[in-house]
Write a new protein. Structure first.
Length: 145
């Protein structure tokens, strides 16, 4: 059993590879932690006022841990940093553009961009969460144990 310090250090590490099961376990943990921080932060803002927003600061660490988890999973698939940018930020960018033009005369383009966002998100889910890692060693290190 890992100590909390070891687990935190491992969650925030970007080097190496992780298996699918490890990825999903960590994502579940990070989702639960984000939910707890969201509830505590909201209660703090309600109870204390705007200064209670400080309770949301752990969300930064949760985001970094999520990013590290995704990077390590993509490294297991022998994919580099460009793929992380594509899957994590490409879909958000197309979603943002779609929302920006949704009420304009180019609403048809907005629908296309929403569909692009959906396609990239599904592709990322399959690539990161469901496909096997490369067998043996790859450029990011040995296969996870």
């Amino acid at each position: 059993m890992q100590s909390v310090v070891e687990l935190t250090r491992d969650l925030l590490r970007f080097k190496g590879r992780i298996k699918r099961l490890t990825y999903w376990r960590r994502e579940l943990l990070l989702t639960v932690l984000a939910g707890v921080v969201l509830v505590v932060g909201t209660l703090a803002v309600i109870g204390v006022g705007p200064f209670g927003g400080i309770a949301f600061l752990p969300m930064v660490l949760i985001f970094v841990a999520h990013l590290a988890n995704t990077v390590r999973r993509l490294q297991d698939r022998d994919r580099g940093l460009r793929w992380v940018a594509f899957f994590m930020f490409g879909s958000f960018a197309s979603l943002g553009f779609a929302a920006a033009i949704a009420d304009s005369d180019a609403a048809g383009l907005g629908v296309v961009l929403y569909l692009v966002c959906l396609a990239v998100s599904i592709w990322g889910l399959v690539e990161i969460g469901f496909r096997r890692g490369t067998p043996g060693s790859n450029r990011f290190g040995p296969a996870p144990a």
